[in-house]
Design a protein around this ligand. Structure first.
Ligand SMILES: [Zn+2]
Length: 293
């Protein structure tokens, strides 16, 4: 007799099969990532279709045979605002892509499950009004003597809107996800020589796994487009210059302080640097480590 299972899960990928079937990839609470086969779900009278779709959190039941066949699906949360708002939908797709890239095996992980759920709840609730009454980074972490530049022009402030904040939510998800996998970057001392960091001369090194000092910085003398060290490769020489705001933002991200994070005013240069180190670290981890979670 085939075994029947019940769990809750977050649906992040779907593919059509045959005339009316569909395969869903689900990050479940009890089993981690699984694929479930939903028979005839694309037919008009399918009873399953109201309970399961992309970016739903659902209770699912399936039988385990050669493959897993979905027998019931009950919606828990649809995250309606995400599918209605293009900028939120783009972020949801980026979260799904990251899960698809990094989650390979089937193993439950409640920390990852909770992180996905929390990220989608925040993304769903995020206000996308044009301007926000943000707070500056130094204020946010109550540090003294920082040389952080505040946004100057109205134009620059206008960028600090829903799009930026939803991107921050994504980055917070990505960095915390890497931390759960065991790749939390070193941001307190130099990741290479462990000396105290000077906030005026900071660099990010994928290979060393964090922020490094000037002495450990290896300048990239080759054009990065042709460099064998670029992004994904294990070699050094791909270190990126960063400013001290990056460390402060990463600290807030690892504290999981969403309220502060979403109120931050971040200037364009810092946004660029943050996006660049995040993307490079992502590619570096992906090509240098085998992920089995
Ligand atoms: Zn160093």
């Amino acid at each position: 007799m085939a075994l029947q299972y019940k769990t809750k899960g977050f649906i992040y990928k779907k593919r059509d099969r045959g005339e009316a079937d569909r395969i869903f990839t689900v990050f479940t609470y009890d089993f981690g990532k699984i694929n479930v086969w939903a028979k005839s779900i694309r037919k008009i009278n399918s009873k399953l279709k109201s309970g399961i779709d992309i970016f739903y959190l659902s209770d699912i039941e399936f039988v385990q045979g050669k493959k897993r066949t979905l027998t019931d699906a009950v919606l828990i949360n649809k995250f309606t605002e995400i599918t209605k708002t293009p900028e939120k939908f783009i972020i949801a797709k980026k979260v799904a892509k990251l899960l698809d890239d990094f989650v390979k095996g089937e193993q439950h992980d409640h920390e990852i499950f909770n992180l996905i759920n929390e990220t989608f709840e925040k993304l769903n609730q995020l206000s996308c009004r044009r301007h926000c009454d943000g707070i500056a980074i130094p204020e946010a972490i109550q540090s003294k003597g920082t040389n952080s530049r505040l946004p100057r022009s109205p134009n620059e402030l206008a960028h600090n809107d829903g799009k930026i904040r939803s991107q921050l939510l994504y980055l917070s998800f990505a960095w915390n996800f890497f931390a759960i996998l065991g790749y939390k970057p070193q941001i307190i001392n130099c990741a290479h020589c462990h000396s105290k960091l000077n906030e005026k001369e900071l660099y990010f090194s994928n290979k060393d796994g964090g922020v490094i000092c000037k002495n450990c910085y290896v300048p990239n003398t080759l054009d990065s487009r042709f460099s064998p060290h670029f992004a994904g490769e294990a070699g050094r020489g791909n270190d990126i210059v960063i400013n001290s705001d990056i460390i402060k933002i990463l600290r807030i991200i690892f504290k999981n302080d969403w309220e502060i994070l979403l109120k931050l005013k971040i200037n364009l240069e810092t946004q660029k640097q943050l996006n660049q180190i995040s993307k490079n670290y992502y590619l570096y981890l992906l090509s240098n480590h085998k992920f089995s979670k």
